[in-house]
Design a protein around this ligand. Sequence first.
Ligand SMILES: Cc1cc2nc3c(=O)[nH]c(=O)nc-3n(C[C@H](O)[C@H](O)[C@H](O)COP(=O)(O)OP(=O)(O)OC[C@H]3O[C@@H](n4cnc5c(N)ncnc54)[C@H](O)[C@@H]3O)c2cc1C
Length: 497
Amino acid sequence: MSSDEKYDVDVTVVGAGPVGLLLAAELALSGASVQILERRAEPDEAVKAQSINVPTAEALDRRGLLPSGGGRVGGTRLTGHFAGMVLDPDLVDWADPDFAAHTAAGGARMLPQPRLEALLADHVARLGVPVRRGVEVTSLEDTGDGVIVGTTAGTVRARWLVGCDGGHSTVRRLAGIDFPGTDPELTGYQAVVDIADPSPLADGWAWSSRGAYRYGPQPGRVATLEFGDPPADRSTAVTLEEVQSSLRRVSGTDVTLTALRATPTRWTDNTRQAATYRSGRVLLAGDAAHVHPPFGGQGLNLGAGDAMNLGWKLGAVVAGWAPDGLLDTYDAERRPVGAWVMDWTRAQIGVLRGDAKSAALRGVVGDLLSTREGATYAVKKISGVAQRIDLPADSPGHPLIGRFVPDLWLGDGSRLADHGHGGGFLLLDRTLDGALGRLAVAWGGRVNRVIDGDATSAPAGVLVRPDGVVAWAADVVDAAAVAGCEAVLRRWAGVPS
Ligand SMILES: Cc1cc2nc3c(=O)[nH]c(=O)nc-3n(C[C@H](O)[C@H](O)[C@H](O)COP(=O)(O)OP(=O)(O)OC[C@H]3O[C@@H](n4cnc5c(N)ncnc54)[C@H](O)[C@@H]3O)c2cc1C
């Protein structure tokens, strides 16, 4: 029940996809009452994301949720691809400081979306968040101090509503939020199938004048993409015949598919970003806020980043300690990341079109990606290790500010990430006199003080936001540094309680 009897709940999250589940968990950890409304009666088992990037793996790690097993496939590190050009792990400079700082959680790794959703569903269940399945949101009214949500199972009153309801978001439409972007020019399919005789198919990615297809890497997994008008009705279920026709056209073979092994998916390169991530008491996260083709495996990671960024901020607003303007930083910080992903996928369309100019461009880009610098650049982008948020320059010059916190081992053998399972800020204090820890006492349970006896390691002090972003850091903690840390604490964690 909400802290205010006028409402059933503090926050209603629409959609129990990966983003809705993660967001609801973060809200619950910050003390908000939250429920999820999901129109599907059962979890979605469709073939979508297969892997997670470094920030997503580390977010799960900080909550104690990351399954064991590192980010290696057949003994090599996961790199990804650009427009089907697979990035050679032997070319990548793994000693680059951006990679070297983020190895503890095992780096990017295979984690199929249904498995991720199952582990997040267990997490929200443990946190006591109800997931009301078979309930579809059909209307909403923002009253200024709350949202009245109409559903197929009656009315829900919430102080806040977050649409995590996917690319065709009803919440976005009902809130009147524009969705500008670029129109689709290709259609793709992903499926896991039985094939009568797969020998005519090339292993890996292959291009033709009509588009491209990939066979593998898992047995029976096929992906196709074809340029041309998008299908007239994108809401109908994908059939075996539809996948087979596409594969035949694009591969120039007459392969026969005999069975579907998992629910196949159809997608386009429709690429759009919501004009705003917030309208009054309604917010958007995940695919509801941005859509783009799945090239390079970014969509789920982008949405997970939204959820981590928004969860604690909206939780702070609900709890009443949010500093002025905190919620507005959600759009300001996440919009540039979304815009980058959209352009990264658009750039791949440019080299995938079947015409001679695009084939020539593919050759040039392929040559660049076959260099150490090119492969390292692309894998840094795809894996998310180089992501940085523009934060106000409170600690000028410290290279960690705005980055996701790197691996930090403590004197007792634990890692800083081990102290984040319950959410909240983390303040690492390695000073001999415990000055930072003493400072943070005033913020009570909002800030977890992690006192490390290892006074010889740098940085000497780090303040990590609940989403894993470093807000402040110093290698030497003197009186000025303590004052700087206090200012940053007030900026993000509000007035001391
Ligand atoms: C073929 C394909 C391959 C992909 N590959 C990758 C990849 O390799 N890597 C990657 O990172 N991403 C990939 N993605 C993208 C990734 O799957 C999405 O970005 C991710 O699912 C977005 O999560 P979400 O929670 O925002 O939305 P969704 O997963 O779409 O979940 C939205 C939920 O909201 C529910 N809902 C919708 N409307 C309502 C309503 N009115 N009321 C109640 N509930 C509602 C839906 O039933 C659904 O459960 C791929 C996507 C596709 C289609």
